[in-house]
Design a protein around this ligand. Sequence first.
Ligand code: ASP
Length: 315
Amino acid sequence: MAKPFIIGTFNSGEFLHAGQKILNEGGTAIDAIVAATKQVEENPKDTSVGMGGIPNIFGVQEMDASIMCGKTLKAGAVGAIKGFRYPITVAEKVLEVAPHVLLVGAGAEFFGKAMGCELGDLSTDRSREVYQAFLDDALEELPDDEAFKPYIIEYVQKQNLRKWYDRLADDHHGTVNIMAMDSDGNMASAVSTSGTALKFPGRLGDSPIIGAGNYCDNRHGAAACTGRGELAIRASTARTLVGYMENGMTLEEAAAQCMRDIHNLKTPGGMNCIAIDREGNTISATTRGDRESYHWYMDVDSKEPEKRIGINVPE
Ligand code: ASP
């Protein structure tokens, strides 16, 4: 069996230390990935996860998160939630105590409060500035009354929502994917995001959709995605990647095939994934040809996160 380890996507791998510490102490994969995800969620410098996430088109930060346990195949996910310091902890509570898998909006917030999940204002100067810049660009004259939403709706209609969204898609993405295997050989995977910047209110990406942006099964492996979530939903990317392994592909073949499946959708926007198999191999893959694919790795003996280069699968 592989040594306990944790991997994740993000610009630096520092956030993995919190999860590695838990694995070192004999903790579970679930506890390790939650601890590491919280590190990213509370980092105000990042504008695509938790604190500092870029808001939706109405200026509201709506967070998506999910978690899955590879041993029990239990999962918990929340979509479009506001006002929680650590969205992943609300998803974890869904996994632990709810008779449901996915809660969204007001119901998810009600549940999170009832479970005592920590509340918090996630906006930062930077997230407010980005939104203000969008308004300045979108609206010639910004109405100063409360009724500015119709102006945005008009803007969206004028621009053609689909084209506008396609234009945003490449630069306005970011998510954290984290997965781990513990000393019992159990795996778990977590995803957290503020979703596509300036998204339509109520839009859910792949991150809270089990099977699309996140999937984990001890028998075969785990996979999670970042990038334009609509694509991973349409291709059921995370579950499909694990299914490809179940049906005999290697980890690398499965990840590459999933990236080709995304190209087959013939829709703008890039997709990336990270995945592990039950032997403890790790990989990352991207549909893009112009950007390095990588992920960060730490096992219980690592001093520092190791940057592992993945594969590019351009069209
Ligand atoms: N996949 C996320 C979403 O579509 C965002 C991202 O990874 O860029 O919401």
